[in-house]
Design a protein around this ligand. Structure first.
Ligand SMILES: [Zn+2]
Length: 170
């Protein structure tokens, strides 16, 4: 949440094109229980330890799911801020995780397994895009086509860079 502190002021302070990077810890392990405030705990019991292999699978999954709920709320708040600008500016948000986390599937935990043998839990990550209506219009985005491709095709981090360049019309 602290990433959103004074985000509006930063947007107000500048004219022209702007790229703002919010780098959150998200669901990065092993201390999943430190990725959300205690009062935002949705699922319990939780695994409030970095010795995650000692927790039950239920507690570990609950703790991880709490991080997802918190990130989801944070992204919602980010879109709320951007939406307040959608009349004056063309605004968009792209969210992507750097990696996933193993939660004990096949005896694996955490992330960073060499890519060639890494399980899908570590390599398949969420990517979310949100565009204000005027942004979509100005950038000539075909949202129906984007949604269809998101359902039917595979994308990777390699697609992020030229997508950003395209959105900025570079
Ligand atoms: Zn990470």
């Amino acid at each position: 949440d602290v990433l959103l502190h004074q985000l509006s002021a930063r947007i107000d302070a500048r004219q022209g094109d702007m790229l703002i990077v919010l780098h959150q810890l998200g669901s990065h392990g092993p201390t999943y229980f430190e990725r959300y405030p205690a009062q935002d705990k949705t699922f319990s019991p939780t695994c409030d330890s970095n010795q995650i292999q000692k927790c039950t699978n239920e507690a570990l999954t609950n703790t991880y799911d709490n991080t997802l709920v918190y990130t989801d709320r944070m992204l919602g708040k980010t879109i709320d801020v951007l939406q307040r600008y959608s009349e004056q500016r063309d605004v968009a948000m792209i969210y992507v995780s750097d990696h996933g986390e193993s939660l004990g599937e096949r005896g694996m935990y955490l992330h960073g397994t060499p890519y060639i043998i890494a399980p899908k839990e570590q390599t398949q990550v969420p990517m979310v895009m949100w565009f204000s209506p005027t942004f979509a219009q100005q950038a000539h985005l075909n949202l129906a086509c984007l949604r269809k491709n998101a359902d039917n095709k595979d994308y990777s981090h390699d697609n992020l860079y030229h997508s950003l360049l395209g959105l900025f019309d570079v």
